[in-house]
Write a protein that binds this ligand. Sequence first.
Ligand code: GLC
Length: 746
Amino acid sequence: MNDAFDRLTIAERASLTSGSSMWRTQAIDRAGIPSITLSDGPHGLRRQPDGADHLGVGHSLPATCFPPAVALGSSWDPGLVQRVGSALGVEARSMDVQVLLGPGINIKRSPLCGRNFEYLSEDPHLSGVLGAALVEGIQSEGVGACPKHFAVNNQETDRLRVSVEVDERTLREIYLPAFEHVVTSAEPWLVMCAYNRVNGVYASQHRWLLTEVLREEWGFAGVVVSDWGAVSDRVEALRAGLDLEMPTSGGATDGQLVAAVQDGTLDPALLDQAARRVVHLAGRAVIGGAFDAGDHHRLAREVAAQCAVLLKNDGVLPLDRDGSIAVVGELARTPRYQGAGSSQIVPTRLDDALSELRALAGRDLPFAPGYPLDGDRSAPGLVKEARGIARNADTTVVFLGLPAGAESEGYDRTGLDLPPGQVDLLRAVAETGTRVVVVLSNGGVVQVAEWDHLAAAVLEGWLLGQAGGGALADVLFGVVNPSGRLAETIPLRLADTPSYLNFPGDPGSVRYGEGVFVGYRYHDAVGGPVSYPFGHGLSYTEFGYAHLEADVTGDDERLRAEVSVRITNLGERPGQEVVQLYVSAPSQVVRRPEHELRGFRKVALDPGQSATVRFELGWRDFAYFHPVRRSWTVEPGTAVIHVGGSSRDIRQSLLVKLDITPVRERVTPDSPLEEWVAVPGGLEVLLREMRPPAETGLARSRFLTDGSLRTMGSVPLRRLARFPGAYLDPDRLDELAAEVNAKAQP
Ligand code: GLC
């Protein structure tokens, strides 16, 4: 290919770095360079045979609609998620698609984000591990994966223009780690850059992001592709490290590249580098194959059942198939199973919970729609009808959730409430005295505090894909023991969320003022109540934790901690526990979250069975990103390792000593007085140098008395030297700094 590439004209090379259509790259037949097709995901193939669009408006070929990321994120099961990735890869190949545009791994900064259904979690570790599993699955089938949207695309409002104002520590600790983990562990063939600006610079032309971090730090060797229409300045984007503009610009921006090379403002080597990456990508993909829609549907049902999260259960679940049961809610009959926008696909089939419940019960369970999906509240007759069947049932399963228009790519939500008519219905049904089981269908978190006391059980079904109806029936009747866990906090109120005052921001920009305190990191830092915490989820059995042990070895970056804990199924049913490991690590320099998720394992146990679950922690698991040194930092001291069933169900904790060499701050003439004094030997040097003349009768400069040290501590020494009474020679400061630093270095 090299010789053929060398014979390409500049115009041909430029054409390779842009699409030839909405979904295809440019072929150059005379050089044997094929065109490839990129297609959405992330939870199913949106293969458009014609009349393309990038927002799911047009028709696409039927494909398996697996549970969207909001559900997969709740599975906490990398192995299961990888199987979904493999199935997606098989379906992509069967439809002649060489790149699947997913997974979406942006952090859920606010529950209001209209596209949260397409993202995995509020936590970067969980997002990274599950995102990598999806990429590995997809690429195991010879199809490229494309984690997106790099970076800080955490809202839909003004997404093609808004500037996200975010400090580097927050980027490094919250918004980049999932991409870092996916890139360094799963090696995706592509990464998609986001629409938005980051601190004023478009992500599509952000050199620090696309080249310095992504390639030079993380070693990414694939293709950086733009989100569709995300390129503002094509030449600047290529310089910054963007290899492929999508969709086609019809050649317009190709011409800009050619002109820039010809007028000497663009280094042709950068164009060649991008073009060669696209050529390499085009040669990687495997073509062809078929998939069995029945097998994939069964997989979708198995996966969906592992994603549902049992929030509350007083024992009413699992239901007895022969019990007196009624079903209420149009969402039982007309399921919401995916989100709207570019990820919206045409399923190969669609199960509804009502039919599946009736199939498992072996009879026609009474049903009433209870509310119209369009939310019209002038339908009291529906409520009356629902009350009628609930009154005659021991248990009524009430399906509630967000209508399709409430959340979508392209716009954000303004509140967390369920449609009012649904809550009215729930109250009306509960008043009949029937035991109520609520089943939720929603892509983004809904507030439950107002009504969940009316329910004996609440099952969070999120959006579960085309087989979600069957999966919910399996969980409700106990065919499957629920094992989903919350991948995001359910707050009591929207106003309790950390980004509440900064979402979606002001015209043109949004400040990430909460810093690293996103999701549970915020709620646990302020100790505020939540409806249900990150990591929460019930089972039809109970699990015991014992014998937490940690073997800590090594110092500094060689620090390792081998952690183990024994888990036992204490109940009567087989079940799966998600053992979560959180670390509380010390700092005297920055404010850190109370604890952070650093490991998890989903373990299946039969009644009475025990297993030892093991974790390997490294130096980075105790680190924060130092905002001034701009480096990962672990401070000496004592950390705590916690294990439990959620961020607020900690079962065992253990102190571990961190054998870390303290990093001595080096002083300069512009360091403040307090930093000079903090260095061992620093005060002695200053007392020697800042000696008042004998006639003053002073033993030391008044700036070095205890009181002054506090009030004047923030004054840089170079400026302090100008103060009368400092008695400090400004010309000696560099020499003094060298002396103090030499004393401090061991
Ligand atoms: C959309 C989305 C992106 C999708 C692309 C192609 O606007 O932001 O996730 O892959 O365009 O449809």
